[in-house]
Design a protein. Structure first.
Length: 313
């Protein structure tokens, strides 16, 4: 009977239905107990993770019988894919299963930050009436820049275009003749990086963390964005210089920012202190792609991929 270890939270119905008949250890706290996780992986055929479990080095060394890794999401920067390939370990991300959830997060957050009216509850309840101070901006007619134009960015483009946004993207890995640039997606203009940054009222990041993208949105890039622009990062921590974002918000150059991902997760006291008393800032705990619905989809897709790999070999 194949042994499957699940080290982070997952839809339990998918475990019961799609991993039925397997020896399954589901303990979403294992990610925070590395010694226990390593011990659990002795004899394990499969490991299912989200983004916090580091599937590399000593952990892979402990999992000598591992045949497959299921990733409850799409990013693979927490998995040593090359080492897995060398050992013949298959890696299955849940491609496409949370695209809509992230796209909704981006558009909703852009609307929230542009409008700027939703933090007034306490003042209104106390009898003040700050109408003039809360006169925000509409999303229609604004320029949305998508840095990266994969499947999540394309879902974001569809939603943004439906709201009247003008959408552009930069992605050197998508050929200029690719159908993705067709009117079905907006249409979306293909821009170079500098033009995208300089011309976006809302800049949303949709790239993986690589040597090329680490620190890509630094103080210089933020200075090139239009005054009052909105920055949204629901891709990967490390792409954005977090201290530079805080500085740009305090200075009033950025009109708002939303960060769902961070260079270090969870934030420790030192990293979190950077954001103290920063205006027009939304911080969320790597949750853009996680909704009740997407959790079911991601869990089912991942569990089914693991089952297929273990039973159809």
């Amino acid at each position: 009977m194949p042994k499957v270890v699940i080290s982070e939270f997952m839809d339990e119905a998918a475990i019961a239905e799609d991993l039925a008949g397997f020896d399954t250890l589901y303990d979403p706290g294992l990610v925070d107990r590395p010694d226990a996780l390593a011990a659990a992986l002795a004899g394990a055929d499969a490991l299912i993770v989200r983004n916090r479990t580091r599937v590399r080095g000593a952990l892979l060394e402990a999992a000598r019988d591992l045949k497959v890794v299921g990733r409850l999401g799409v990013g693979l920067d927490n998995i040593d894919v090359a080492a897995c390939r060398e050992r013949g370990i298959a890696v299955y991300p849940a491609t496409g299963a949370n695209d809509g959830a992230v796209a909704e997060y981006v558009v909703a957050t852009a609307m929230l930050l542009l409008r700027g009216a939703y933090g007034a509850t306490a003042r209104v309840a106390a009898g003040t009436w700050p109408r003039n101070a809360l006169m925000g901006r509409e999303i229609a007619g604004r320029h949305l820049g998508l840095l990266g134009f994969g499947s999540i960015a394309r879902e974001t483009a569809r939603r943004a275009a439906a709201l009247g946004m003008k959408v552009a993207a930069h992605d050197p890995f998508v050929d200029p003749g690719d159908p993705a640039w067709s009117p079905d997606h907006g249409p979306v203009r293909n821009r170079d990086l500098d033009a995208l940054i300089a011309g976006s009222d809302v800049l949303s990041l949709h790239v993986p963390l690589t040597d090329e993208t680490r620190g890509l949105i630094d103080a210089a890039a933020l200075a090139r964005m239009p005054k009052g622009a909105i920055l949204i990062n629901a891709a990967r921590g490390g792409i954005v210089d977090e201290a530079a974002v805080a500085d740009a918000l305090r200075a009033g150059h950025l009109g708002g920012a939303a960060l769902d991902v961070f260079d270090r997760e969870p934030l420790d006291a030192q990293a979190g202190a950077v954001f103290a008393d920063v205006p027009n800032l939304i911080l969320t705990p790597h949750i853009a792609g996680v909704t009740q619905e997407s959790n079911v989809r991601v869990s089912s897709v991942t569990a089914q991929a693991v089952r297929r790999h273990l039973t159809e070999r």
